[in-house]
Design a protein. Sequence first.
Lengths: 842, 597
Amino acid sequence: MGKTSKTVQINMDNQRLEVHRGLTILQAAESNGIYIPTLCAHQDLSPFGGCRMCIVEVEGMRGFPTACTTPVEEGMVIRTKTSQVQAERKEILQLILSEHTSSCLVCDEKVECKEFMGTIRKAGVTTGCRYCPNDDQCELQDVVDYLELDEIGYPVYYRGLRVEKEDPFYDRDYNLCILCGRCIRVCQEVRAANTLAFKQRGRFTVIGPAFDRTHMEAGCEFCGACVSVCPTGALSEKARKWEGKPDREQITTCALCGVGCQMRLLIKGEKIIGSLPAQDPVVNSGQLCVKGRFCVTELVNHHRRLRKPQRHQNGTEVELSWNEAIEAAAAELSVCAPKQFGMLISPNCSNEDLYIAQKFARVAMGSPNIDSSTRTFYGHGFSAYLDLFRQSAPLADLEKSSDILCVGLDARFGRSVVGVALRKAMKRGARIVTINPRPHNLALMADIWLKPILGAEAGLLRSLVKMTERKNSTSRTRAKGQGRGLTQDLLTVAEMLKNAHSPAILVGSEFLQHDKSWQIFELVGRLAQNVGARILPLPAQNNLLGSILMGTYPEILPGGFSSADEKKARQFKKSWSVNLAQFSTGWNASALSTGPRLKVLYLIGENLPGFDQLADFTIYQNIYSPDSPTVDALVLPSAAFTEADGTFINGEGRIQRVRKAVNPPGDALPDWEILCRIARKMGKKGFDFSSAGQIHREISRSVMNLGRFHRPKRKPVPLTWQGRVNVSRPKPSGKVKDGKQIPFLLHASSAEHVYRGFLLTAFVEGARQIFPQDMVDINPKDAQKKGISQGDAVVVSCERFQETWTANIVDEQPPRTLHVTLHQSASLGANPHRVKVKKKDV
Amino acid sequence: MKTYRSYCMVCAGTACVSNRSFHIKEALEREIEKQGLQDEIAVVTTGCNGFCAVGPLVVVHPEGIFYQQLREEDIPYVVEEHFLKGRPVKRLMYSPPGEQTPIPKMNDIGFFKQQRLIALRNRGLIDPERIDEYIARDGYFGLAKALKMKPREIIQEIKDSGLRGRGGAGFLTGLKWELTRKAKSNGGKFVLCNADEGDPGAFMDRSIVEADPHSVIEGLIIGAYAIGANQGYIYIRNEYPLALKRLIIALEQARNYGLLGKDILGSGFDFDIKIVRGAGAFVCGEETALMASVEGRLGEPRPRPPFPTEHGIWSKPTNNNNVETWANVPSIIRRGAQWYSQIGTETSKGTKVFSLVGKINNTGLVEVPMGITLREIIYDIGGGIPHEKAFKAVQTGGPSGGCIPAELLDLPVDYESLSEAGSMMGSGGMVVLDEDTCMVDIARYFLSFTQDESCGKCTPCREGTKMMLHLLKKITEGKGTEEDLETLEQLAHEVKETSLCGLGKTAPNPVLTTLRYFRDEYEAHIKEKRCPAHVCRQLNTYRIDPDACTACGLCRKECPEDAISGGKKQPHLIDQQKCVKCGICFDVCKFEAVCID
Ligand SMILES: Cc1cc2nc3c(=O)[nH]c(=O)nc-3n(C[C@H](O)[C@H](O)[C@H](O)COP(=O)(O)O)c2cc1C
Ligand code: SF4
Ligand code: SF4
Ligand code: SF4
Ligand code: SF4
Ligand code: FES
Ligand code: FES
């Protein structure tokens, strides 16, 4: 017997070992440093036992049990490397290789080829003739090397399958597939996305979505989990193909949404060649969404990256040295009156950048005019939305939740890690309800889909709030404007939430640009209070909370204090020793086009259309060149999140480190550093920082404790702030005059696949396939009535606007409604809009 | 129940039904009524009698007169002669091949004489759609007895009986029950009846369910009670509509009689059975695949351990037995382990049902005591090989069994002897092969079945059988080398030893046994480029015997390559250069003038 009942004594390769009961032979071997070759086993996946590479001998057991599936038992005597086992393994390996394009593995020139990169092709290249994009990172190669296989004794029959390239982000060459089933298991067990299956049987077995659908059609999230676990080159990332093996890795935080996934950047030389999930138990548990997994490389390596400071003037671009650029900026800024200055900064920037930016505006320029275009993204519901964070809970709490209500959330592409957590909760028995007027990925899995009429979302929530009020148990409240079936569902959901022992509410982005968004978020807050639910708002911007807590809004001071708070204002004035009449003057980003013209507009990570027309002089600081040639601007190259150190605060309030993985391209610098250089040039004090860590320390000392820079706090910081961002209610939605025709209702969402003001689709090939641009969703019946077919140009108009988009026919789109996703700067105002629609005349 | 002077038992097994036995039944009823005999003669439909080759058949009890190959036109005559005049009709009785004198009584016919019925004890004797007839033959007495016993005692009884699984591996049934009983569970246990029967040509299980569904149900209830399961499943293949129908009827009747459901027979024991219809793949019969399929997952095997007795359906302890295994249980409980264990051999107790097919006179289904010799089955019961050909081998155990040669005809049929001979009991298929069979070709044929049915999950089976098949094809086409033979043999061992499930572990058996007993045939194909049985066409040379040729010209017309020349009254000639060895001329010649060298 083992010493405790939790362990067993075994004998492996003549070593006496005490191992945990319940481990497989393979796990026991690995934890004791004994190597057993494997191909289908994977630490995160259930045992499969298909490849048979891990066979061993166990005394008293017939044949050769597989180490990956056989649990250890008391007194087991195991031999992992007898000559017979090794011989059988070699045979099995040869069988695998008999249909695997593997000549490289057993080529006579194998070693020389690697070393000298000679080629048998008579071409003037020294490339070698490696057939597989996974060369050198392939587990099959490892096993071939381990077993010293140098010949395949069987006739070789390649399967000659077509390489599948039609889906975005990764290619599939099943000629290299060894049918280990890892991809299927990860998709089912870890992602719970169930996209993949074994198709056909026996020698015809291939992997793919059932019923011959494309991955796109089968609901694939392009999370890349399958690509990561594939032991061969069968699944290969398009953007990373042929890049070879990385030389190093850097762990960092993804900057593409507020979840804040921990990721491993793969680096070769000075180039990021890939991004993989990091094993982080608190946020993303080893998962990423398509943005983090597949978009980072192309984003940061794009040829439109700015490499040198430039002066743009009337269509000419002159490259400058940093000295020249800093001088030019300082010269313009020194003569700019505080009132004539304005600065916008993206919440994609780090806390350190954000802090310095507001300090630059308030201290160096003595101006209260600092803001972010986030204000337009969130609209008049912004402060109600931010209020939700006061009741917020960490993502890990989903594991404990019994009943989960999702409000306006879609988790197929963005935030798919939350989708994974939801599906895990479901498997565990949690019930899921989703509120969304439109088709979305949770619709299929949720227990109940509350589908309000477009525009009636607030009414539906109000009914829920009423039904869950303690005293009001009559429950007869009829949801206004909703059908009878929905009322029944509402009652069910209300009962469910009332009786739930651990309810949670997830808030997505669907209702942000809604004309009742303010009410909607307030109602969500009340509902949560009624039923005692935790709230998990899932902001689209990675550092939205950082922008609040660093105070990059005119209404908000660092620490989240209201700029109307006299006492705090005095404190800051004193500690920064500035002489500023007022922190809040009423100026904000929306005044850019309507208010008095500015002399200098400073944009950091912001990309507004026609930005150079908004002020006499513009400083445009970003990572990509501007979208259109600018009339008059100073263009400064900054570093992407992969190229600078700093911290973010994710949607849970967790302080997360971003780490520099490579140098920025060309002369580009971190935003804070550019700002500090200009401030110093202007002779301002308080900008003598030489690292992000120093800034971090100043923030912790004078604003709020963010913990140590190199080892940020484990727990989320409390999200309480006094400042409120006031956004006035937008113009009432458009009207139509269309005779007696009932107008269509248009819902326009703001795109969330945005980094530093740019749509990812501008830089990432695959993103264009999953985030359709300027596509308007329409119900098939409506399309038919209007004579519109898929891909037709259609004109959508009302009194205020007329837009031309491409028709996308979607079965589940509610009748007489339209949906489109637009860049926030193209926002049409609050949803829904009453519009008419017609096919564009040719 | 009312009694009659005579009972006409009309076989309504699948084979007889497809030979219009229901029309026979109607005709019988019509004629009997016409003659005013309806109060004296009863017409009953039964399950399969096993002698399907001579169906449709009717047995008249109590005498046991056996009528075969009946047509509707025969019925008025039979009714008039037999029932009115008391003169059984000789011309409709069975005569053994090559003999003239018919054998009137069922139990005198060789096919039936040597059989010993336990699992099939009610075949041909009751209407399977009536529970009362089952009960009248002591049905559910075993259950009543079992419910008064302690579960431990029941398990001991089954252990003492020596009953072993009839579905393949021959695991001791009592031991399996005990393991399942002892396994810990946090949410119930299950019993499962494997009625997937995927072996081509095998229909033992179908026949049991069709002829006597209640015996299986009673077995399951007893097992469930002994094991402590409250839910049972019968997994039956979809291609068995008649068996399925009878099962549904039987379950409904059992529920109405309080034999299923809550508080069975007042014992406080709750149990019910669900039917799951199989998707059809052969590998779904493998128990771990079967259980995955019951759960609605892809029917694919998984490695054991953990064994289903601990980790079965929905990860709960599950006891799976074959149809025939379950059907033996009621008799064992009713008559005792002592009685049962007297039948059979030292290690293999009781009887086994076999389906006898191939080159044999009496094809059909037989239940025989364990230990009977192959010779007795093939010659005494099966009536020997047709057309006086020589017996060459018998393939036992389904497509992945082995071929046992003529030298071993006196081998007793039991688990151990068969596996020592390189074959297995399997579920009870027996394919008899005569001298015209090429053993290389037959190995290729069986392997191509298993290779098609490989689920593809594990490497050795998926790739290894593919490779073996490739080598076998090469050999039958005369392109094989001695090295190929070595590779083939090595691969066969490899696949057998390292495959995940029973399919891969047994698929090489036909190859290994033919290599063991008929290696000379392989060598003839390889070294002499000759197929001794003239089956492998690519190795044949076709020649026209000028003396036998009548110059009819048929072969010339049919030859796809225009390789045959000849004119009117001129013996024809094959141009060997052009001949592609398709063998069409051999097949079409009516005068046996085309010969093979
Ligand atoms: C490929 C394969 C197919 C099988 N098909 C069947 C089948 O059709 N019916 C059956 O009872 N057992 C079949 N078996 C055997 C089962 O796995 C299992 O051993 C059997 O059902 C156990 O019942 P028993 O102990 O009563 O024999 C098959 C096994 C394999 C490997
Ligand atoms: S990318 Fe993700 S969702 Fe798509 S098939 Fe792979 S694991 Fe499944
Ligand atoms: S694609 Fe890769 S992971 Fe999937 S089965 Fe093939 S080799 Fe395994
Ligand atoms: S042995 Fe054959 S049927 Fe069994 S798991 Fe392996 S591939 Fe599938
Ligand atoms: S078919 Fe036969 S008999 Fe007729 S010509 Fe051909 S070989 Fe002669
Ligand atoms: S690693 Fe164990 S069978 Fe594949
Ligand atoms: S079906 Fe009638 S004897 Fe088999």
